[in-house]
Design a protein around this ligand. Structure first.
Ligand code: X8Z
Ligand code: ZN
Length: 606
């Protein structure tokens, strides 16, 4: 469903129960199970297929038509799935301690992890958490900021203005305005945390954060250490970028507005959450005008329709030997924001009906940013299509960072050469200054994103463990934002606010570490695929567009789905069992040289 990307988890989370929830009574404590472990897994897979069908339909309708009726339908489907899930996990305990075939053991483990928001075992708790989840995501989707004159601006439009506008006060108005949407989520979220933790404890975890960290074929503690290790590898890149961007913003807004020793005001970075900064490219461009890649203008002047933009992404995957999207994809996807109703515009990819009914849901604008999001979403869809022959419990990514990394890997192949080849820009310029320009444009997204990608779940891990109490939700959020990103709110925030809720993945309860991991994996995958494609020379000049050998290797990884530990999948693909940030570090070496030079004599850090 929703992204098995959000997906196996959410998806699962989304699933309703369907016909079979209670057909076979769970084994009674101590007695021999009524069915063998293999039979149990086979039944779980069969029942899931049905459950997903119902859950997917309910979730799709809810996300593309937000109103009171669809809230009831989606919450009910979710509660039914949760009932089934809780009962199945309880039944699976009968197989603990038995010697099992590794695939059977893995299937049982994945079953247990099959929700990002486990419900308590009682019907009232299940209903309550399902309703809270549905409500919060709906509040986000329908969110808008209404000015005092009665003019209301919906979320996606505010996001666009955060990119386009440069006036300090106007930006601050939008930034604050959007954060009014999340104030009423605060109490709901606190209650959601209590209930989801109850559910996680019933499944045998200390809390929901520990459950999320158990999803990586290593212990939760090891995963935390792994994520800290990767952050350590890339932090020097971020520090240089931050230093330079702060200095430039100081020149633009004045050092009184952007103090040169402290964090950057969070509303000045060209993004509602200061998570990706490429909208500031014109201010940061190292060599003005050299080798500009202006896809925006092409999309506008040739008046690309959303469908044509999706076709462009599809053609890339097809050039790798992957299949065209089926007719149902074109008929059933949501490409544009409907005029007459509220929808969840946040982009997602859906693998309904066991991967036979693939769709994306977006509100596409005619911009290069959006074009890249389309390539990203199709990456999810190609994954979903490739693992559809796996049993339902293995229909997922090697780990969730892999799911996010597929489309992003392809985006790295959208080089100026590729863009020129497909007519999205004029001919590419062969000038080393153009390389640095291009790298700046990319780093403002990829490198700027890294600390944000890391901290969102660090906040939630604290919330779920109880280390962060509801009374400290906002303060702790801003502590992490400042610690990792070096950004801070320009106006006082308080515990009357709930700023984490202004980021989609919090009310929608989508784990976020996946995006941090993806930002690292995408470069690792790119390096391998470029080797297979026989690329020689700098990695940033490589595009695998049209390369069937690279496509085959890529597709083989996708087909494996979640059938084996991700380390095995990574090893088959790249020859190593570890995620490794050296590829991203090497990739940006030219830009780092430039930044170090520019930062000489500046005092960096905050
Ligand atoms: O949520 C997404 C995708 C859908 S999986 C559009 N992303 C994160 C975000 O928007 O915050 C992609 C990058 C990070
Ligand atoms: Zn995604």
């Amino acid at each position: 469903m929703k992204h098995y990307s959000l997906y196996v988890l959410l998806l699962l989370l989304l699933a309703g129960c369907g016909r079979s929830g209670g057909e076979t009574p769970p084994p009674q404590g101590g007695a021999a199970p009524a069915e063998s472990a293999d039979e149990f897994v086979a039944r779980a897979n069969a029942e899931l297929e049905e459950l997903y069908r119902e859950l997917g339909a309910a979730e799709w309708v809810r996300s593309t038509y937000i109103n009171g009726d669809t809230a009831i339908i989606a919450a009910a489907a979710n509660a039914r799935y949760q009932k089934w899930h809780g009962e199945m996990v309880k039944s699976s305990l009968a197989y603990e301690g038995q010697e099992l075939d590794p695939a059977t053991r893995r299937a049982i483990e994945l079953l247990k992890l099959g929700t990002s928001a486990p419900a308590p075992g009682d019907a009232a708790g299940r209903k309550e958490i399902s309703t809270l989840s549905t409500d919060m995501e709906g509040m986000y989707g329908a969110g808008e900021y209404c000015r005092s004159d009665g003019d209301c601006i919906p979320g996606p439009e505010l996001e666009q203005r955060m990119r386009d506008v440069r006036d300090y006060d106007e930006l601050l108005e939008y930034w604050r305005g959007w954060r009014e949407v999340s104030v009423p989520m605060r109490e709901k979220y606190a209650r959601f945390v209590e209930l989801a933790n109850e559910g996680a404890v019933e499944l045998g975890y200390d809390n929901l954060g520990e459950m999320w960290r158990s999803n990586y074929d290593m212990s939760p503690a090891d995963f935390q250490a792994e994520s800290a290790r990767l952050w350590g590898q890339v932090k020097p890149l971020y520090d240089e970028l931050h230093c330079h961007v702060r200095a430039r913003l100081g020149e633009v807004y004045g050092d009184d507005k952007v103090p040169q020793e402290g964090p950057i005001p969070a509303h000045l970075l060209g993004n509602m959450w200061a998570q990706e900064w490429a909208a500031l490219y014109d201010l940061m461009e190292p060599f003005p005008g050299v080798g500009d890649v202006d896809v925006d203008t092409t999309l506008r002047t040739r008046n690309f329709s959303p469908q044509e933009m999706v076709r462009s992404a599809e053609s890339f995957y097809v050039s790798l030997g992957m299949p065209r999207r089926p007719d149902t994809f074109w008929e059933r996807s949501q490409f544009s924001k409907p005029r007459d109703r509220d929808v969840v515009c946040h982009a997602s990819a859906w693998g309904l009906d066991g991967g036979n009914d693939l769709r994306i849901k977006m509100c596409i604008n005619q911009t290069y940013d959006e074009l890249r999001v389309i390539y990203h979403e199709l990456g999810h869809n190609y994954y979903q299509g490739a693992y559809k022959d796996q049993p339902p419990l293995f229909q997922g990514a090697a780990h969730d960072g892999f799911h996010e990394a597929i489309g992003d890997t392809v985006v790295l192949s959208m080089t100026p050469g590729y863009l020129a080849e497909v007519g999205l820009v004029g001919s590419a310029e062969d000038d080393p200054r153009a390389v640095v320009n291009r790298q700046m444009q990319m780093a403002l997204d990829s490198i700027a994103f890294l600390p944000f990608g890391k901290l969102v779940d660090e906040w939630r891990w604290g919330v779920f463990s109880g280390e962060i109490a509801p009374a400290d939700y906002n303060r702790s959020w801003w502590e992490l934002r400042t610690k990792y990103q070096g950004v801070a709110p320009a106006v006082e925030r308080s515990e009357a606010d709930f700023d984490p809720g202004a980021k989609y993945h919090v009310p929608a309860n989508v784990p976020y570490s996946r995006y941090f991991l993806a930002r690292i994996l995408q470069f690792q995958f790119h390096r391998t695929l470029c080797e297979i494609a026989g690329h020689e020379g700098d990695l940033h000049a490589c595009s695998i567009y049209g390369n069937r050998e690279a496509g085959e290797k890529f597709h083989a990884m996708l087909e494996a789905g979640a059938s084996q530990p991700w380390q095995d999948t990574l090893e088959v693909m790249t020859g190593t069992r570890e995620m490794d940030a050296t590829a991203i570090v090497d990739y940006f070496a030219p830009l780092m040289a430039y930044l170090k030079e520019r930062n000489e004599g500046r005092s960096c850090g905050w």
